[in-house]
Design a protein around this ligand. Structure first.
Ligand code: NAP
Ligand code: 8YV
Length: 313
C-alpha cells in the first residue's frame, strides 16, 4: 500500500504509528518545519487523513486535498472533524470506538473515587508531613450515592457497571430514553443534577453539547455534589465551574479534559476539592495500541476496496 499517501495531522501512540508508516506513505504535518510548504507539495496526492481529536479537519483543509477519500480519526470523539463538510464531499470518516471503553471507564471511576474520597489531597497531606499534626478531615462515602450519567453510551455503560459494583445507583440523561434500560431516565439535565451526587459527563463534544453543563446545572448538583468530566472540555462552562467551586456552589470536580487543553485554569491548582488529569483516560499502552491498529485497519480496509470497520454514521 506504499503507493497510498496519507496526511497525518497529529502523532499517536508511536509503536502503532510506525506500523501505519510501514504500510502507507505517511506525510506527518506535525513533523514539518514548514507546514504550508509540505501541504503544497503533497496535497495533490493525499488520499487519506489521519487525525487526532484536537486536529481541526475542516472544509478548507478538505478542499486543499482534491483526491481525499477518507478521514481516519484516532479516538472515538470526532468533534475535530466538520462532519457536514465531509458528508457533502462524500468522504468516509472512521473513529476508534469500543476498544477504549474499559480504560476510559477505569479512569472515570478512579476520578470519582479520588475526588469524593480526596485521595490526591491525602497523598499531598502525607508527603507534606501534615499527618504528624493531625488527621485529614473526613470525606464522603461513595456507596449508596447516585451517579447521573450524561451520555449513557458505550463508555457511559462501562462506567455504570463499575459504579454499580461500588454500590452506586445509576440514572442517565441523553437526547432520548433508551429501550430496555432499567435505570431512571431524565429528559432534563438540571433535574438529573438536582437528584444525583455525582454527575458524570461522557457525551460527545461539539456545538450540540457546548456548555451543556452550565452554572444552573452546577447549582443543581450543589455544594455536596461532584462533577466528573471525561467527555470534552467544551461540554462544561469552565468559567462557571471555577466560580462554582470557588464560592462553594459546587462541591468538587474531577477533570480529565479542559476547554483549552493543555491550558488549565490556574485557579483550579490550589483547590483541594479538585482532581486534575491531563486527558489520559484512554492513555494505556494496550488501549492506545488497539486504537492505533484500528485506525490503520480502517485505512487498509478502505484502500483494499472493503468496507471500513468502524465508520462514523
Ligand atoms: P457513544 O457510544 O456514541 O455515546 C454517546 C452518548 O452521548 C449517547 O448515549 C448519546 O445519547 C449521548 N449524547 C449524544 N449527544 C448528546 C447531546 N446533545 N446531549 C446529551 N447527550 C448526548 O460514545 P462513546 O463511545 O461512549 O464516547 C463518548 C464520548 O466520550 C466521545 O465522543 C468523546 O468525546 C469522549 N471520550 C473522552 C475520552 C478521554 O480521553 N477523556 C476518551 C474517549 C472518549 P443520545 O443519542 O440518546 O443523546
Ligand atoms: C484520545 C479521546 O485522547 O477517544 C477520544 O475521543 O478523547 C481519547 O481517547 C484522543 O482521541 C486522542 O486524539
Amino acid at each position: 500500500m506504499k503507493d497510498i499517501e496519507i496526511l497525518s495531522l497529529g502523532p499517536f501512540y508511536p509503536p502503532a504509528f510506525e506500523l501505519m508508516e510501514r504500510e502507507f506513505t505517511v506525510h506527518a504535518l506535525w513533523r514539518a518545519k514548514d507546514r504550508d510548504a509540505m501541504l503544497a507539495e503533497v496535497s495533490g496526492r493525499i488520499r487519506g487523513i489521519q487525525a487526532m481529536h484536537a486536529n481541526k479537519t475542516d472544509a478548507k483543509l478538505m478542499d486543499t486535498l482534491p483526491r481525499l477519500e477518507i478521514i481516519a480519526c484516532f479516538g472515538v470523539g470526532v468533534d475535530g472533524v466538520d462532519l457536514d463538510a465531509a458528508r457533502k464531499r462524500k468522504l468516509i470518516v472512521t473513529n476508534t470506538p469500543e476498544v477504549l471503553n474499559e480504560c476510559v471507564a477505569d479512569l472515570a471511576m478512579g476520578l470519582t473515587l479520588a475526588t469524593v474520597r480526596r485521595i490526591s489531597l491525602g497523598d499531598r497531606f502525607v508527603r507534606a508531613g501534615s499527618w504528624l499534626k493531625g488527621p485529614l478531615p473526613f470525606t464522603r462515602k461513595v456507596g449508596g450515592k447516585t451517579m447521573g450519567i450524561l451520555g449513557y453510551g458505550r463508555i457511559g455503560k462501562a462506567i455504570a457497571k463499575r459504579a454499580e459494583a461500588f454500590g452506586m445507583r445509576i440514572v442517565y440523561h441523553g437526547r432520548k430514553e433508551q429501550p430496555r434500560v432499567a435505570h431512571k431516565y431524565y429528559a432534563n439535565l438540571t433535574e438529573m443534577a438536582r437528584d444525583c451526587d455525582v454527575l458524570m459527563a461522557i457525551c460527545p463534544g461539539g456545538p450540540a453539547t457546548r456548555h451543556i453543563v452550565n452554572a444552573e446545572v452546577m447549582k443543581a448538583l450543589g455544594p455536596e455534589g461532584t462533577l466528573i468530566n471525561v467527555a470534552r472540555g467544551s461540554v462544561v462552562d469552565e468559567q462557571a465551574l471555577v466560580k462554582a467551586l470557588a464560592d462553594g456552589t459546587l462541591g468538587a470536580a474531577g477533570l480529565d479534559v479542559f476547554e483549552s487543553e493543555p491550558n488549565v485554569p490556574e485557579a483550579l491548582f490550589d483547590m483541594d476539592q479538585v482532581v486534575l488529569q491531563p486527558h489520559v483516560a484512554s492513555a494505556t499502552h494496550e488501549t492506545r495500541m488497539a486504537m492505533g491498529v484500528l485506525t490503520a485497519d480502517n485505512l487498509r480496509a478502505h484502500f483494499s476496496g472493503r468496507p471500513v470497520l468502524t465508520p462514523v454514521a
